[in-house]
Ligand binder design. Sequence first.
Ligand code: SF4
Ligand code: SF4
Length: 241
Amino acid sequence: MKLGVFELTDCGGCALNFLFLYERLFDVLEFYEIEEFHMTTSLEGRHFDVGLVTGTVSSHRDLEVLREARNRSDYLIALGTCATHGCLQASVELPLKEKLKAVYGDEGNPMRALDPKPIVEYVTVDLAIPGCPYDKNELFQALIDIAKGIEPVRPDYPVCLECKLNEYECVLVKKGLPCLGPITLGGCNAACPRSGLGCIGCRGPLPGEVNPAGEFEVLKGLGYDEEYIMRKFKTFARWEP
Ligand code: SF4
Ligand code: SF4
């Protein structure tokens, strides 16, 4: 099978994280030939069984790359929170063009910048794997499943569930840390609470029966001010509670 990795505007972490599979990359290469990936090499492949896209659409160039990736890939995966929810750059307030104009004047947009948006705003994807960066085990399993003709499992539970299954101490209850685990999509195996830190919500909001208003009240009750909580909620997903 042919694999392509396409990178739009981002920090590079999600593309690099793929290489951090280390020896398990050889298991992936049992099934896939990497045809396009600028961090390694590009064979100018024309068709991909699976395309991975990282980053946000932040320029016209990004949009062209994304459309090419969609048109040339049978199965397209939005990889990482930039691609699935917009991540940090999409949480900037005010339209980008206004900011560029304020600094550079009327000629201030030579790179034809667009307001950063996740790729799911522009094209249909077959699978979204969020996370900043995503859990590489999740990507590994998804690629192996697809190669074997199995539809990858999509987590549908909050980070809290994984935290409790692992018996980690609740940092929200015990330390009063602002943990967004109750309203954040699981799949990271509660990586931050495992280290004694609050979940920062990098996998985006849990769809469905989630209660951000309840979380908001809990954090307010712990003494966090409203603006701080709103900023925390919006950091990775511009989420209005
Ligand atoms: S999701 Fe996070 S790690 Fe991945 S490219 Fe975006 S900012 Fe970097
Ligand atoms: S530490 Fe966070 S993720 Fe874990 S149980 Fe408490 S609130 Fe949920």
